[in-house]
Write a protein that binds this ligand. Structure first.
Ligand SMILES: *Cc1c(COP(=O)(O)O)cnc(C)c1O
Length: 355
């Protein structure tokens, strides 16, 4: 039986997607050829790329609004640099809410001037800073919508005249937002969208081409747009898996329906973390808690071996916290069924009742 997969990334994907993807590796579209051995210029693959790009815009409500979707390589980590290369002329503002924001700042500093508007680093990123000011005249404001490692999530985004850029790697397609407020969104596939190896970039085309520097071709969004995300050989398998997952999401009723399930999963787990005296949450303020990644620990570390034995016996995978936080992290991405969260909550109650 399939394990209850709470892994933070790469992570759970819908079982139906995995089945279709595995079939395509052996025989794609009835061609008697594998998806991974045909030309990326063949009509069969070009259709995959076009479909994936279109579905991404459709789910975000950004079709016909001047946005382009790209599937690039280099992970979200390369976007840290690409964003700055393409948008940073004088100065950019960053909100520092975790390891990924911190890395984004580090890369952007190679390109230009960065103002860190606020940071929760001094408290090991266990809250989301609020009431900061974005200086006027910055080229863009960058934030991370969900902090995968620490288990915090932005519930609102600032009103600003600056371009709004967001790393949504770990909560894209998980909740409804007014995505048209954003000028550039990027997300590594391997958290909520597909197999590792491709990164979705959704960018408003009119913001590009404004910086004075020469941008190397592979780092230039305009180059990738002009070649329909096929400037070089795309990551064919991860793009295909992303397309299948986006189709699956559509079959589920889209973001609005999956959000209801995501809310139910988060409510179930956080209610238990708050109720059960054997556990405590990591995040300082309940309103900052992530619905994708719940971080928590045992109140008494003497329970560690007993808890972990129960977790293992229940067929739960990937519950270990990131080394910078410790404890546990339950990642509840779109494809994780509510049933898996029920199993985890049962284990937490079993630990308490056998106390
Ligand atoms: C995982 C993650 C990244 C890094 O993604 P890569 O594709 O490994 O480069 C960046 N930002 C966030 C929020 C993440 O969760």
């Amino acid at each position: 039986m399939k394990k209850h997969n709470f892994s933070a990334g790469p992570c759970i994907l819908p079982q139906s997607v995995l089945k279709k993807a595995s079939e395509a590796v052996l025989n794609f579209n009835g061609l008697d050829l594998s998806l991974v051995e045909i030309s990326h210029r063949s009509k069969d693959f070009v259709d995959v790329m076009e479909n994936a790009r279109e579905l991404a815009l459709e789910h975000l409500g950004l079709q016909d609004k001047g946005y382009k979707a790209l599937f690039l390589q280099g992970g979200a980590s390369l976007e840290f640099l690409m964003v700055a290369y393409n948008l940073l002329e004088k100065k950019a503002a960053y909100l520092n809410t975790g390891t990924w924001s911190d890395k984004a700042i580090k890369e952007a500093k190679l390109v230009g001037d960065i103002v860190e508007v606020a940071s929760s680093k001094e408290q090991n990123f266990n809250y989301i800073p609020k009431n900061y000011t974005i200086p006027s005249g910055v080229d863009y404001f960058h934030c991370t919508s969900n902090n995968t490692i620490f288990g915090t999530q932005l519930q609102s985004f600032p009103e600003t005249d600056a371009l709004l850029v967001c790393d949504m790697s770990s909560d894209i397609f998980s909740r409804q937002l007014d995505f048209s407020k954003f000028d550039l969104i990027y997300a590594g596939a391997q958290k909520n969208m597909g197999a590792a190896g491709t990164t979705l970039v959704v960018v408003k085309e009119e913001i590009l081409g404004k910086v004075s520097r020469t941008i190397p071709s592979m780092l230039d969004y305009k180059v990738h747009i002009s070649k329909d995300s096929m400037y070089n050989t795309p990551a064919v398998f991860p793009v295909y898996v992303s397309m299948l997952t986006l189709e699956w999401l559509k079959d589920q009723g889209g973001i609005s329906e999956i959000e209801k399930i995501n809310n139910a999963k988060a409510k179930l787990l956080y209610t238990e973390i708050d109720r059960n005296p054997l556990f405590k949450g990591f995040v300082a303020n309940a309103e900052d808690r992530s619905k994708m990644n719940a971080t928590f620990n045992l109140t008494n570390t003497n329970d560690k071996d007993r808890f972990e034995a129960l977790v293992k016996a229940a067929g739960i995978n990937g519950l270990n916290g990131h080394r910078s936080v410790g404890g546990y992290r339950a990642s509840m991405y779109n494809a994780l069924p509510l049933e898996s969260v029920k199993v985890l909550v049962d284990v937490m109650q079993e630990l308490e009742n056998k106390g």
